[in-house]
Design a protein around this ligand. Sequence first.
Ligand code: NAD
Length: 277
Amino acid sequence: MNLSSEAVNGVEIPQLGFGVYNVKQGKNSNFEQIISEAIKAGYRHFDTARIYFNEEALGHAIGNSGVPREDFFLTSKVWTTDLGYEQTQRAFEKSCKKLNTTYLDMYLIHFAGPHYVDAWKALEKLYAEGKIRVIGVANFEIEHLEHLKKHAEIIPMINQIETHPEFQQQPLREYMSRNQILHEAWGPLGQGNRSLFENEELQSIARRHQKTVGQVILRWHLNRGTIVIPKSSNPQRIKENIDVFNFNLSEKDMERIAKLDKGKRYSVNPKGFQVNP
Ligand code: NAD
């Protein structure tokens, strides 16, 4: 029922996944129960990072799910303080241990911090050893990707960047498409920002399709070929966010949403974590 995106090396990535940053525990639900709701709802692709401090709990939830490991697509990320040829390999092993797995489906450099080229060489080595199926980056700008291209054997297969209807990332997206780098959106729902959820254009499209604004936004991403990892701690929304494969947006809807781009970030500007190439 999910769609998939193919990385340049032929690996299929479930196009809709579940982001686990800051998953909130409620009165009646802990982190593992929320993940278990997501697995029951059909999610198999999970996005975590060393810095989210929940790799271990995610590993438990997956291990206890009764679903075989190979049916999951697991992503983690190396944090800025672990960048370097040796350090990154050690960080990878630690993440695997916490996630209770011998390999990762995807491993990303979280930000282009100091020594990101050496970190990339570590990812290339781990990839060659068959320990990671897809290697990529997050929050990289064109200059970082260009710099890496000069020093790398493998071009990053994916770049995970903030993207939503008010921040559509058009120039970076076009560069990535020319270089066969997949586009993955973090904050695909604009982190729940009211400016999106109260937008009249999105509300009118949602009414016409008898869907919610969140579902329209996710469908818009999928139709652009973007991989999405929406986060929710609410069982109702967890189900709602994956219930997007039984309707479609028209070209006109897509054009109307394209016009909402304001070039406006809602979250941290990654520049604070980056170094100039
Ligand atoms: P998101 O766009 O997924 O928004 C999540 C928020 O939107 C929720 O907390 C909730 O408030 C709201 N929401 C969710 N579903 C909704 C619905 N159906 N209707 C109304 N509101 C809804 O933002 P995010 O969590 O920041 O991003 C998703 C994932 O991306 C993260 O969990 C994480 O895995 C990843 N991420 C990566 C980076 C990076 O630097 N690489 C940065 C931030 C997030």
